[in-house]
Design a protein. Structure first.
Length: 368
């Protein structure tokens, strides 16, 4: 239907063109880590177009990450159900059309977003052409004004920045950004009021269960760290992780140096907690990228991911990923959610002793 209506839509687009850029829309409805890895795009757009109204369309779960970001003027939340079916796409395209955007940038490309941006009569429509994509998206992608092809082996954020060259933005700054709420520091201080020694944070979950360490392994690692180092350990996770955190806590011997911070802070408060860490240990999960944005030393347990595409990029990052014939098996644009060989060896084969050795290699500066 869009193909049949395209001559009329292209004609209508001629009347939407204007010389100056007043409004830009970015669509990034992926998970926490992907949104944080997209923040260089927001920053560089605002540097080039400081007076533009920058709107970002996100999943409701990640909204808190952008509520205090000075680069973002408006946060729009959307769920999959909101653009499901013909009527959903019509409603979303109407919303976009009413806003009268000059440029739209789609960072998690799919067919529905392709269609609604075209129906929404946005004059300049940019997107990524994923390295993994189906025939349907390839057919629909002709409705973008420009596509930046993502190639295997290249960091996705580099692909994002290359795409911005089309709208006059030249940058290779891939540093990430996160911002906290005004009351976040007070809440974080309260959580850590009795932690007077170097503090190691451990992420206890991941949005993708394939990548998770698991409660037993985290408990073993925590006991080893507390037995061998004069430190405190903080368990970090969401409200949904409280049961897992409780299980881990029950298995830790030196509870006086363990802080269960799971579910204590929301996304707009969590940066204040992460800032107080001396070191962060995590799999490929959103909090890992938050720690990276805050320049916290990281031990990144990469597991099944393709680290050439997305990884913490700070100066003090140690990546642990065992060489296995099945690694990588999950990519930014082609995620795997189960182990094809049913062993999760990429995670299970990482020994607590190997992580402890990496912790000792990274100097642990004490943080007040």
């Amino acid at each position: 239907m869009t193909y049949l209506a395209s001559p009329v839509l292209y004609l209508l687009l001629l009347f939407r063109q204007r010389d100056d850029v007043k409004k830009i829309l970015i669509i990034q409805t992926a998970k926490i880590g992907d949104l944080i890895c997209s923040t260089p795009v927001f920053r560089e757009i605002k540097k080039k177009y400081p007076n533009v109204q920058l709107s970002v369309m996100v999943n409701p779960v990640t909204k808190g990450l952008l509520e205090h970001n000075p680069r973002v003027d408006k946060v729009i939340t959307i769920e999959n159900k909101d653009y499901k079916g013909f009527s959903g796409k019509l409603r979303l395209s109407s919303l976009i059309r009413r806003e009268n955007y000059d440029i739209a940038i789609c960072l998690n490309p799919n067919v529905p977003f392709t269609i609604v941006l075209f129906w929404g009569l946005v004059p300049i429509r940019l997107s990524i052409m994923p390295n993994f994509t189906g025939v349907t998206f390839r057919l629909a992608s002709v409705f973008y004004t420009y596509l930046e092809r993502h190639t295997s082996g290249q960091m996705v954020v580099v692909t994002y920045l290359k795409m911005l060259k089309v709208i006059g933005i030249e940058s290779d700054d891939i540093s990430k950004e996160v911002y906290k709420s005004e009351d976040a520091d007070a809440k974080a201080r309260q959580i850590f009021e009795n932690a007077g020694k170097p503090l190691i944070g451990i992420a206890i979950s991941s949005g993708n269960k394939l990548k998770e360490l698991g409660a037993e392994k985290i408990a073993g690692l925590t006991n080893m760290l507390l037995d061998n180092m004069d430190i405190y350990v903080a368990l970090i996770g969401s409200h949904q992780d409280k049961i897992t955190a409780g299980t881990i806590s029950d298995s830790v011997m030196q509870k006086d140096r363990l802080i269960n911070a799971a579910g204590t802070l929301n996304l707009k408060e969590l940066p204040a907690l992460i800032q107080r860490l001396s070191l962060f240990i995590g799999v490929d999960t959103g909090i890992t990228y938050m720690a990276d944005a805050l320049s916290i030393p990281i031990i990144h347990l990469a597991g099944p991911i393709d680290i050439s595409e997305q990884r913490p990029a700070g100066k003090n990052v140690k990546i642990i990923q065992n060489e296995l014939p099945c690694v990588p098996c999950t990519y930014v644009f082609k995620a795997a959610y189960s182990c094809k060989i049913n062993t999760r060896e990429c995670i299970e084969s990482v020994a607590a002793g190997e992580i402890l050795k990496a912790v000792k290699i990274l100097a642990l500066p004490y943080k007040e």
